[in-house]
Design a protein around this ligand. Sequence first.
Ligand SMILES: NC(=O)c1ccc[n+]([C@@H]2O[C@H](COP(=O)([O-])OP(=O)(O)OC[C@H]3O[C@@H](n4cnc5c(N)ncnc54)[C@H](O)[C@@H]3O)[C@@H](O)[C@H]2O)c1
Ligand SMILES: O=P(O)(O)OC[C@H](O)CO
Length: 331
Amino acid sequence: MTRAAVLGAGSWGTTFAKVLADAGCEVMLHARRPELAKSIAEDGENREYLPGIRLPASVRATADAAEALLDADVVVLAVPSQSLRDNLTGWAPLLPADATLLSLMKGIELGTTKRMSEVICEVTGAGPDRVAVLSGPNLAREIAEEQPAATVIACTDTARAEALQAACHTPYFRPYTNPDVIGCELGGAVKNVIALACGIAEGLGFGDNTRASLITRGLAETARLGLVLGGELTTFAGLAGMGDLVATCSSPLSRNRTFGEKLGRGMTVAQVQESTRQTAEGVKSCRSVLDLARAHDVYVPLTEAVVRVCHEGEAPAQMVKEIMSREAKPE
Ligand SMILES: NC(=O)c1ccc[n+]([C@@H]2O[C@H](COP(=O)([O-])OP(=O)(O)OC[C@H]3O[C@@H](n4cnc5c(N)ncnc54)[C@H](O)[C@@H]3O)[C@@H](O)[C@H]2O)c1
Ligand SMILES: O=P(O)(O)OC[C@H](O)CO
């Protein structure tokens, strides 16, 4: 039986712990706060992040990282992207030698512009073939409710990707493998930025044409950057590209889209941040995505626009004017 440690007991970490357990794994879920670990262990439910969802008995919870990681075959990382390096620095000495390291995170590190798998390799010293990424149209609440969804597990080592695929395949969760780690990570990080733009448009009162235009041009922007970085075009047309972009940009469950919608309705970034404790990765990653694009001379006008609204005080209505009045060009 596969033994998995899930580090991060937020909405996605907790949901994925349930998926693994439903697929037959023995799971240790690690929460930072001892009181949250205790309440998950006692109630069989994460009332803070996933209220109303019963966790299988094979999910155990602890706040002790050493206990969570003991003899783990698979270590799942599910913390906010910008906190990964600090968290992982503490966990690295406890990682079992050949465990597969699986990232669930969708962000680019500020300052270094590194993808999460790159941060994992750097901090742990693991080779890239030991590190995998899971990404796709996977809104946590829907999956916790066992609504059918597909996803992608990307790893350069096919055997590890297939082992992970078997470890999390359930009647409601269908993983596909893909060797393109770069494309999957880029798709996941940039869709959060485009979802912010879609939320802003929603908040301004715009409808389906606007959203479809943003999704389509957002995908063009993602693929332009991803190809330069070494991703594959087919990945951007797949679940970790278009699939995730459509789900996140369309769903009221998306934290990024909801964040953008509040901005579009007139709230400031600080006000929206105060209104939620959940992670909206795109607010920070829009800056690192833009830095990455500039370093590779790639044109990313929607990301630039989101950065202006989130970090430079531009009004959402002005952002729309600027996007629409750019020089006309061929598609
Ligand atoms: N929620 C989803 O639907 C979903 C789906 C797919 C991918 N993801 C990705 O998974 C990652 C985790 O997202 P989530 O939804 O579980 O987030 P969340 O905000 O629900 O939970 C984050 C968890 O990380 C912990 N944490 C550890 N160090 C932290 C720190 N320094 N600052 C803040 N929190 C810290 C928190 O205590 C919490 O348990 C993100 O990269 C997100 O983009 C989320
Ligand atoms: O709630 P969001 O915006 O972080 O999106 C969640 C998932 O990434 C959707 O696949």
